[in-house]
Write a protein that binds this ligand. Structure first.
Ligand SMILES: [Zn+2]
Length: 203
């Protein structure tokens, strides 16, 4: 049992422990949330519990781009209003959310679900690179935008992908300007991301 848990009903302890496993939620916040939920109206807590369950039941990955979706292929892949000559490569589905928010980019996406990291044992076969390469075979893509994070893993992944993709005669660009080293896309603000997209440079 975690240190710092106060002697209280076992069910509350359990809830505190579960909440404490969430990213960004320390023991203090977990306690606050647990006691909040205990006092909250039952309809609110039921709705929260049901919403969590339905996310797990309904949401799958797009068979084309591996974005999260309730319809497969996802709404972006099946849209008539997207520029099908561009694919933007991101590490995580939530990165698409950040980029879509800028409304600058109108192309397609591909989610790698990770980045190459020798130190964490993530190799080229552990992320969706083969799936990306088969999407590039149809000859319809003329630009690949590398929008992996600007940390070590993201840069390594971008370099590796550039080596694979540029021999295919496809223009490879990288989000650059305005994104400081170490930035995770998901946390970048709209203005910075817009500038980075508009100012993307040949890799
Ligand atoms: Zn998709």
């Amino acid at each position: 049992m975690n240190q710092g848990l106060i002697p209280t009903a076992e069910a509350i302890n359990k809830l505190i422990q579960e909440l404490n496993k969430l990213p960004g939620i320390g023991p203090k916040s977990a306690q606050r949330l647990a006691y909040y939920l205990l006092r909250a109206p039952e309809e609110q807590t039921n709705l929260l519990a049901e919403t969590i369950l339905s996310v797990k039941q309904k949401v799958t990955l797009s068979c084309v781009c591996f974005n999260v979706t309730e319809s497969d292929p996802c709404l972006i892949c099946s849209s008539d209003h997207r520029d099908r000559s561009k694919i933007c490569i991101v590490e995580q589905p939530q990165d698409i959310l950040a980029l879509e928010h800028t409304r600058i980019y109108q192309g397609l996406y591909h989610v790698l679900h990770g980045a190459i990291s020798p130190t964490e044992g993530v190799g080229t076969g552990d992320i969706k690179i083969n799936e990306l390469m088969s999407r590039l075979q149809d000859g319809l893509i003329n630009e690949v935008v590398l929008a992996t994070n600007t940390n070590l893993e993201g840069e390594q992944t971008a370099m590796y992908l550039n080596k694979l993709i540029s021999p295919l005669g496809i223009q490879v660009t990288r989000l650059a300007r305005g994104l400081p080293f170490g930035t995770e896309l998901e946390y970048a603000d709209d203005v910075t991301l817009t500038r980075a997209l508009e100012g993307r440079q040949e890799f």
